[in-house]
Design a protein around this ligand. Structure first.
Ligand SMILES: [Zn+2]
Length: 130
């Protein structure tokens, strides 16, 4: 299950941040998920709930923020929301987009520890398929 391995990668990064911060429990993890990242947020939250058992993240809440996919057409400098399933052809001239501006994010944007201190967004992206 794709989402479970992503959840485990996120947990690994947050564990490291918690260790660095000296935190013993995590309250909330904020994660940006691009619309085109190929991740189902519900499945990710489910995987997160399973995988954080027994870690410093046990009981933590995963808050996902969906980042809409946007593409740009170079010839007419038009930008549009590609939607899902993605429409990568320029609505003005029909040329296939050669540039994806956003939508492939898979990144921890913030961590709140149970003692109220906040960590991040200093963490590395979890490495989506770029
Ligand atoms: Zn165009």
């Amino acid at each position: 299950m794709h989402e479970l391995s992503i959840a485990m990668a996120v947990i690994g990064q947050v564990e490291e941040a918690a260790r660095t911060a000296g935190a013993t429990a995590v309250h909330t993890v904020h994660l940006q998920v691009g619309e085109l990242a190929g991740v189902v947020p519900d499945a990710l939250e489910f995987g997160f709930g399973l995988a954080c058992a027994g870690t410093v993240l046990e009981g933590a809440r995963l808050v996902t923020e969906t980042v809409p996919g946007r593409a740009r057409c170079r010839p007419c400098a038009d930008e549009w929301a590609v939607g899902m399933p993605p429409d990568l052809c320029c609505p003005l001239c029909g040329t296939a987009a050669d540039e994806l501006l956003s939508g492939r994010e898979l990144q921890i944007t913030g961590v709140r520890f149970a003692d109220g201190t906040a960590g991040g967004p200093v963490l590395e992206p979890t490495g989506g398929e770029r």
